[in-house]
Write a protein that binds this ligand. Structure first.
Ligand code: AMP
Length: 281
């Protein structure tokens, strides 16, 4: 496996391989890797000739400068994990390499980035689109892998690829969870032991909620989830919504003919955790 810091070097290597008709899979990450990330890398390795993983903490997607400063960074450990997963190239660019000059592009995703995470984190998805579009232009993958853990991000990246006429297949991968159900996240590292233990209530409540769709209306079920989690003194729900998986519009009844996803954000002290489950009946 090669570790590459410069886009020109990576492009040289990949151009040769693309000319030989090698299928290139790509997994963008911000590092601090866990089994969730590794599952994406392994999927790419099993489905492509060549896998590229990027590790880049993208300043443009952080609306909270403290969050950026405190974002966990373990590059040596990450490189070891990526190598063990069978990857071929790790791209570890500097901020200057990705943004030699300021990126002022504004993406119009319609309502997709005005709801849920987009509403809570102003400019976040625009920053995500800036970096992912740049990385796509450098790597030129055939396929790129995204976790359903960040469900809204996955939907927005699919839209971005369409808007920019990029011929890249976007593949979604299931959420990898800890044994007690908590969705794996680099942010879990910041939780104290007691916060960590109480956080498992988030996924437990979402799983229980899936069994209540024949007893409660959409509105009643949403209230039930929020109340059940907020009863815990360590947890504070920012939002919970059940949306369709294409337009991310709130659904109003269970009979609607679309795929439904229940998305939640919860504050645990200063840490924000997100999770989601399918509500397909
Ligand atoms: P990040 O490093 O947080 O930007 O995440 C990189 C990729 O890993 C994104 O596509 C995430 O959705 C995905 N990811 C993060 N956590 C998980 C998880 N627990 N299960 C599956 N995918 C995940």
């Amino acid at each position: 496996m090669k570790v590459v810091d410069y886009k020109a070097e990576l492009q040289n290597e990949l151009q040769d391989l693309a000319q030989k008709n090698k299928k290139i899979g790509f997994v963008p990450t911000m590092g601090a890797l866990h089994k969730g990330h590794i599952s994406l890398i392994k999927k790419s390795v099993s489905e492509n000739d060549i896998t590229v993983v990027s590790v880049f903490v993208n300043p443009n997607q952080f609306n909270d400068k403290n969050d950026l400063k405190n974002y966990p960074r373990f590059i040596d450990k990450d490189v070891e994990l990526i190598k063990n997963a069978g990857c071929d190239f790790v791209f570890t660019p500097s901020v200057k390499e990705i943004y030699p000059k300021e990126d002022n592009r504004i993406f119009d995703f319609g309502d997709l980035n005005k709801v849920m995470e987009g509403k809570q984190r102003n400019g976040h998805f625009n920053g995500v689109a800036q970096v992912v579009s740049k990385l796509f232009n450098i790597v030129k993958p055939d396929v790129a892998y995204f976790g359903r853990k960040d469900f809204q991000q996955y939907v927005i990246i699919k839209k971005m690829v369409k808007m920019l006429n990029m011929s890249i297949e976007i593949v979604d991968c299931p959420i990898v969870r800890e044994t007690d159900g908590l969705a794996m996240s680099s942010r879990n590292l910041h939780l104290t032991d007691i916060q960590r233990n109480n956080s498992s209530l988030i996924s437990k409540t979402l799983f229980k909620a899936r069994n209540l769709t024949n007893k409660l209306s959409v509105k009643e079920l949403k209230d039930w989830v929020v109340d059940a989690i907020n009863e815990n003194p360590f947890l504070d729900v920012e939002y919970f919504d059940i949306v369709d998986d294409l337009e991310l519009k709130s659904i109003s009844n269970w009979q609607e003919n679309n795929n439904k996803v229940g998305c939640i954000a919860v504050k645990v002290g200063k840490i924000r955790l997100i999770d989601n489950v399918n509500f397909n009946l």
